[in-house]
Design a protein around this ligand. Structure first.
Ligand code: SF4
Ligand code: ZN
Length: 327
């Protein structure tokens, strides 16, 4: 016999949330996800009244779910949403997701702007993979560096100050472990979710799905009829992230809720590290106001592209130099 929903006590449950022991029907499950995202947005003051928000939408479940939730649930805040999509130039893979995003945006009445690596950097990902001088330069590190810049440029041209991305709770915990094992303690502080302005344009990045399990986003997309791309990118590299992902999923099976506990602990660590950066002996909080700009370091400009950079040459120009000139 099927179980009843623990929330409404009316409908049959379609899902058991193992970490809380709740049984949820379709309606209560969808509502619970939307409620949690709204709570995250408000807890960390991610979006203010009438903000122009560029939502980075790739065509995968997370980003489309994010767009749907922001569109449906932020009445009262009424942000202006613009879906921004980056076309990396990966033949046979990206074309399908571009179409999914275009159709979904037109269905829910959100403007969709697309920019390609070829337009911005003069080469596609397919070309970058042909000419990279060594396999040691991984596909995803090239692509990630270019994508971050593409998203910033597209958001600026759309007049948005806030960039929302679809990173979920699993991504957040994995990123912590990657930074921890790389010895990059300072970066852990940067992951604290209160938005921080960066660069001279004063952009802010937010991750409204960071308290939602990845598997619940798949279910949300299915139960709200969001079409999404399931095919994997042909250049996806088997990074350490995949290893942590598999390990955490195994642990979660044995100890339901362990990822959520880890998330809460990481949040506390990130907050402390943001207040007391790891590279100082100082015991006085250096950034008491989290809306301050990232780093009090004076802004530097990249000598090649004139964008903000902490080095003489920014990571994008360095990557392009390596690809086109081999240095
Ligand atoms: Fe780019 Fe890697 Fe994502 Fe493919 S899997 S789109 S190469 S970041
Ligand atoms: Zn540069």
């Amino acid at each position: 016999m099927s179980k009843q929903c623990s929330k409404c006590s009316k409908n049959d449950a379609i899902y058991m949330r193992q970490y809380s022991g709740e049984f949820l029907c379709k309606i209560c499950f969808v509502k619970s996800i939307e409620y949690k995202v709204k709570r995250t947005i408000s807890k960390f003051s991610m979006i203010k009244n009438s903000d122009r928000v560029a939502v980075a939408v790739s065509g995968g479940k997370d980003s489309l779910a994010l767009l749907n939730i922001l569109k449906n649930t932020l009445r009262g805040i009424d942000p202006v949403l613009i879906a921004i999509t980056v076309d990396e130039g990966i033949q046979g893979y990206r074309d399908e997701s571009l179409e999914i995003v275009r159709n979904f945006c037109s269905k829910i009445g959100v403007e969709n702007r697309v920019v390609s690596y070829s337009e911005l950097f003069g080469l596609s990902m397919d070309r970058a993979m042909e000419i990279r001088p060594s396999e040691k330069i991984s596909s995803c590190s090239i692509c990630g560096t270019l994508r971050r810049r593409a998203i910033d440029l597209l958001s600026e041209s759309a007049g948005a100050k806030v960039i929302a991305t679809g990173h979920n709770l699993d991504d957040y915990v994995q990123t912590f472990l990657i930074n921890l094992f790389a010895g990059d303690v300072e970066r852990i502080g940067w992951t604290y979710p209160s938005p921080v302005e960066y660069g001279t344009g004063g952009l802010k990045k937010i991750k409204p799905l960071m308290e939602i399990y990845e598997k619940e986003l798949v279910l949300y997309a299915i139960h709200t009829n969001i079409p999404f791309q399931t095919e994997e990118c042909p250049y996806k590299d088997e990074s350490i992230r995949s290893a942590f992902r598999a390990h955490l999923n195994n642990l979660e099976k044995i100890h339901p809720g362990i990822k959520y506990n880890a998330y809460n602990s990481i949040l506390k660590i990130a907050k402390r590290l943001k207040e007391f950066p790891a590279n100082t002996e100082n015991t006085t909080p250096t950034t008491p106001n989290f809306t301050d700009k990232v780093n009090s370091q004076e802004h530097r400009k990249c000598e090649l592209c004139n964008r903000d950079s902490s080095n003489k040459i920014c990571s994008v120009c360095r990557t392009l130099n390596i690809l086109t000139k081999g240095n």
